[in-house]
Every structure is written in C-alpha cells, then in structure tokens.
Design a protein around this ligand. Structure first.
Ligand SMILES: N[C@@H](CCC(=O)N[C@@H](CS)C(=O)NCC(=O)O)C(=O)O
Length: 354
C-alpha cells in the first residue's frame, strides 16, 4: 500500500537572478537534499512566501516541519548539521576558515561586481535591459501576459537603476569594482587550471559563495562576455557549480597556497579593508566614508544595506576567534599575516553603549 505521508521535502523560495538563491539551490542539489524550487510568480506564492519570510528576501527555505529559514550562510550551516554527508568543509582548521573567508568575500564583495556590471557601469545598458526582461519573465510566468511582462521589466529596471548606493557603486568606485572583477577572474583562472574546485576535487563552502555571484555574471551580457573571453575555466566552473558533483578529495593547503594566497593577498585584503571601514563608519554614525584600498580611494554613502555587511564581518571575526589555539591556528595566522588580513580579522572591542 502507498505511504500516505508526503516526502520530507524542503521548499526553496528563490529567483534565478538572485545569486544567494542560486547558491542555496546548488548546495541542496550537491547535498542531495530533496527540495522544491518555488518562484513568486503569483499572488498566492507571494502570500505563501510572506508567511515564512521575516524579511522580504529570497532565498527562504521552508523545512518539512514548516520552519522558514533565511540568509544563505546560516541556511547552509543549519543544513550541514542536519545532513553531514558530503561535507562542504575541507578538513583542517586552516582550509576550513579560508573557505569561510572566501565565501564571505564572494557574498559581500562579489555582489558588487555582479550588481555594478548588471546595472550601473557605463557599459551596462544592454545587460540591464536583458536582465530586467529575464527577471520579469520569471515573475510573470504564473499567468503569462507579454504586455504585463514588458511593463514589469520597465519598472523593475527603473527601480534597480536607482539603487547603486546599495552596493557602493558610483563614479569614484566604478573603476575599482571593474578592476577587482577582472583581477579576480585572472587569479581564479590560474587557480582553477589545476583543479575543478577551489579546494580540490570537491566543492567547498567557498565555491558556493563565489560561484553564486559569478554564475550571475556568467549569465549576464557584459560580465559574461568578459568572463568567457578572459577566464574560460572560471566560466566552466560556474556552469559546473550550478549542479556540482564530487570528483574526489579536498587538497591539502600546501598545494592550494601558491595560487590561492595571491587572491587573498590582493582581492580579499581589499574587501576586508572596505568591510572594516564600513563597520567603523556605522559604529561612529557617519553618513559616508572614504577608505584607501591600497592606493585606490573608495568613497560611498552609508545606509541600511551596509548594516548587513557589518553584521557578517562580525560573524566572520567570531569564526576566526573560535579557531582553537595550537599548530593549525599558528599556521592560519601566518598565512593571514602574509596576506595582510590578520589585523582586519581581529575583532575590536565593541564600544560601550551610551
Ligand atoms: N544575505 C542574504 C541576501 C539575500 C538578498 O539580498 N536577496 C535579494 C535577492 S539576491 C532579495 O531577496 N531581494 C528582494 C527580492 O528579490 O524580492 C543571503 O545570503 O541570503
């Protein structure tokens, strides 16, 4: 007789153009966690999403017992506890923390490349137009109507084009973001020439975080063209990361270091400097801040969206502080020191609340 109990299926509310949603979907696929992918393409789906979402954001993962989880990193951390098989953490404290650091870099800094090149660069016009139509098609797919879709695309594009402040994109920062995208592609291209994933033969947390943003870049007009022409291995890795399969073991840090340390010493350091300056500006109630990112002056306004970066930097620093003392911590500290990141990861005392 057939079992009347429905399968214990997770339900993931997401959007194909949302890097964090696609990141969690790739993760659920990799972990072989049964799930349903839901887009908010009808009033009913929107209401259902609102029922589980504390914030009006995707991804939102609904567990079989009706719990709504949000924020991609905590979602994946919770799933790792429930489904430890096919761990996404490389063994050893050094690689595990560096994977967490690269995930944070992807989530918080990689999002600037993605958003800037999709919407705000001086060459983004076609990318914006194409992406707005893709997103509108998904949103209108519940009751297809071409006129409605065109109108949704237009208003979506107009709304997004006014939101460059959310990622700190402006005429001063544009060249910094564009240079960082190209340099990261070059560094990753070199690293991925010897291995299919960032930490060897299986995907790690870092792969999910970075590819979440870069898979969006890959699919966009401007960012995708730059990637396919200048970093074909990165393009392939993005494609693989949409539905990754393990090919073997994680590598030891010593063989990863020659091509991963240059990425940390340049791009990750730059990101941490920015994130540290952002957190300090928020702490002291500034409305904007300027920071020297190694000879390149970054300036931006500080608003609501930047609070999240400060929170996630605090969480990263907590993870770093939790690495137990001993030989592995010493090795990790030596790497971070060499890459100019150690001080930036050392949590500062919280100022007393007045
Ligand atoms: N830190 C969050 C970010 C989530 C986020 O910013 N989601 C965006 C899409 S990428 C969103 O939901 N925007 C509003 C919407 O699409 O309705 C995470 O990692 O999940």
């Amino acid at each position: 007789m057939a079992d009347a109990t429905p399968p214990a299926t997770m339900r993931l509310f997401g959007a194909n153009g949302s890097p964090y949603s696609v990141k969690v979907r790739s993760y659920l696929r990799y972990k072989r966690i049964p799930h349903e992918w839901l887009v908010r393409n009808s009033a009913e789906r929107m209401q259902e999403h609102q029922k589980y979402a504390k914030l009006p954001l995707v991804p939102t993962l609904v567990t079989p017992d009706g719990e709504g989880l949000q924020d991609s990193t905590p979602i994946m951390e919770e799933m790792e506890k429930r489904f430890p098989e096919r761990s996404i953490h490389p063994p050893g404290a050094v690689s595990k923390f560096i994977s967490e650091l690269l995930e944070e870099f992807g989530d918080e800094w990689g999002n600037k490349w993605m958003m800037h090149l999709r919407w705000y660069s001086s060459s983004s016009a076609l990318s914006s137009e194409v992406f707005a139509r893709r997103a509108a098609a998904e949103f209108c797919s519940g009751s297809p109507d071409a006129d409605a879709m065109t109108a949704v695309a237009k208003s979506f594009k107009e709304r997004m084009q006014q939101r460059s402040f959310t990622v700190g994109s402006n005429s001063t920062t544009a060249p910094i973001i564009e240079k960082s995208y190209m340099e990261t592609l070059q560094l990753l291209e070199k690293h991925l020439s010897d291995r299919p994933f960032l930490f060897g033969q299986s995907p790690a947390l870092a792969d999910f975080g970075l590819s979440g943003q870069l898979l969006q870049c890959f699919g966009d007009v401007l960012a995708g063209e730059l990637m396919r022409m200048h970093a074909p291995r990165v393009a392939l890795w993005c494609e693989v990361m949409a539905n990754p399969q393990p090919e073997g073991d994680f590598e030891e840090w010593k063989t990863l270091a020659p091509t991963l340390e240059p990425l940390i010493a340049s791009q990750v350091k730059l990101f941490l400097r920015w994130s540290d300056a952002n957190a300090k500006a928020l702490q002291s109630g500034q409305k904007d801040f300027v920071v020297d990112l190694g000879g390149q002056m970054w300036s931006q306004s500080v608003g609501g969206p930047q609070r999240y970066h400060a929170k996630s930097l605090k969480e990263l620093r907590r993870k770093f502080a939790a690495v137990p003392s001993g030989a592995e911590r010493q090795e990790l500290e030596a790497i971070l020191q060499r890459c100019g990141c150690l001080e930036l990861l050392t949590a500062e005392a919280e100022p007393a609340k007045l």
